[in-house]
Design a protein around this ligand. Structure first.
Ligand code: AMP
Length: 405
């Protein structure tokens, strides 16, 4: 792969293609450093914008209409090439693509070929918002350099170890199987990375460590990880199930959907939009930024207080449930935007759970720090950790390991 060039091909470009955006990072796997990070926003609009930041240079911003993902990725490739790191560089080992839904079939990162593309396409009905954008990103990247290995890293893959009693809904088996209705789980790359890093922080072998991971971003999910494998997770067929999120309701009686349809005359699409976009923290108090909610709550705003309390109540229910699922818990790990940054959420989630072996050192918990750290007192039976997630590094590491093998 490195051709006549003596430098090893040890760089991986990670692409995360959304419906109107592409996020990317170029990583050097020799030392896991970032060589460039960037983002294209508002693809398909007049106001498209590319922001590119090389590790050893100035941040560059380009504003020009980019009609589709092809135009966006061509612009990204040009920025990388301008820094001597183009897609034709012999140092580039592969492109790693984040793919949201891999169904039951994709249990590990997979080198992309036509057959894999067709299978990702077949999964579109269960991931209508995400898989089409991921596919567009892959097809465009392949067209830009057909020789370069491209790897799909699936958000669902880590959860494929869930036993059937956790992944199957209690509905008619034939109907469920005919339409692929089961619990898949998402954020898997983050849960995998954070559970492993938590074991490392404890100085333990991940294969012998049980961790409850709380990925609390705008989307939020919990997972019960036993010895490095997922035993249960809170998201289901789609990312709607589970915790209260920025704009999603999380767990809800499914009869609410029939009720709103019959009594309020809402269409399926309207209920879908209500539960995915106008619920959760936004639906409860009008804000989905936890900083703002805590600030409002502290000023006596009743709706912000209720939103915070509902969010935390659900979180505590999952901590309790996953303690029961795992039997023995070594650590609870907080990650993503809220988990890494909100001391009040961590405190409210853990407070009073001494019966489960949990405790918090309030001083450690309120310290700001970008590194993985413990925030529980030494005597606590179950450690509480704050572990910054790094999905791009995990995608790059999985991609690199696969193309090298
Ligand atoms: P993510 O999806 O992981 O990028 O997380 C985004 C969310 O993290 C935002 O919607 C905020 O609610 C939350 N967040 C980010 N920074 C902070 C902070 N310093 N304190 C509390 N919440 C934060």
């Amino acid at each position: 792969m490195s051709g006549r060039n003596t430098s090893p091909a040890n760089r991986v470009l990670v692409l995360n293609s959304g419906s109107s955006s592409v996020k990317y990072q170029l990583l050097d796997m020799a030392d896991r450093s970032r060589l460039a990070v960037g983002l294209v926003e508002r693809i398909g609009e007049e106001s498209s914008r590319l922001v590119h930041t090389p590790a050893d240079g100035e941040r560059r911003e380009r504003r020009a209409p980019m009609g589709d993902h092809g135009a966006a990725l061509t612009a990204v490739a040009a920025e990388l090439a301008a820094d001597g790191m183009g897609l034709d560089s012999p140092r580039l080992a592969a492109i790693g693509h984040r793919v949201v839904h891999g169904g039951k079939r994709f249990t590990a990162p997979t080198v992309i070929d036509e057959e894999v593309l067709a299978e990702i396409e077949r999964l579109v009905p269960v991931a209508p918002l995400h898989n089409p954008a991921n596919l567009t990103g892959i097809r465009t990247a392949r067209a830009l350099n057909p020789e370069l290995p491209q790897v799909a890293v699936f958000d669902t893959a880590f959860h494929t170890t869930m036993p059937e009693h956790a992944s199957r809904y209690a509905i008619d088996v034939e109907t469920a199987d005919a339409h692929r209705v089961r619990r898949y789980g998402f954020h898997g790359t983050s849960h995998a990375y954070v559970s492993r890093e938590t074991a490392r922080l404890l100085g333990r072998d991940p294969a012998e460590t049980n961790v409850i991971v709380l990925h609390l971003g705008n989307g939020a999910s919990a997972s019960a990880v036993r010895g490095g494998e997922c035993a249960d997770t809170s998201m289901g067929l789609t990312p709607l199930e589970g915790l209260v999120m920025g704009t999603r309701s999380g767990d809800i009686d499914p009869a609410v959907v029939f009720h709103l349809s019959r009594v309020a005359g809402m269409s399926t699409d309207e209920v879908d939009e209500l539960l995915n976009k106008r619920s959760g923290l936004v639906g409860l108090c009008g804000d989905n930024d936890m900083r703002e909610i805590v600030r409002r709550r502290d000023e006596g705003d009743a709706r912000a207080k209720l939103a915070f309390d509902i969010y935390v109540h659900r979180l505590r229910k999952y901590i309790g449930a996953y303690t029961a699922v795992l039997g023995r818990v070594d650590a609870v790990a907080f990650t993503a935007g809220v988990g890494e940054n909100s001391a009040p959420v961590r405190q409210a989630a853990i407070e009073g759970l001494e019966g489960l072996g949990l405790g918090l050192d309030t001083e450690l918990n309120s310290e700001r720090c970008d590194r993985a750290r413990l925030v529980s007192p030494q005597y606590a039976r179950v450690a509480v950790a704050v572990v910054p997630t790094d999905e791009e590094l995990e995608i790059a590491a999985q991609t690199y390991a696969l193309v090298r093998s």
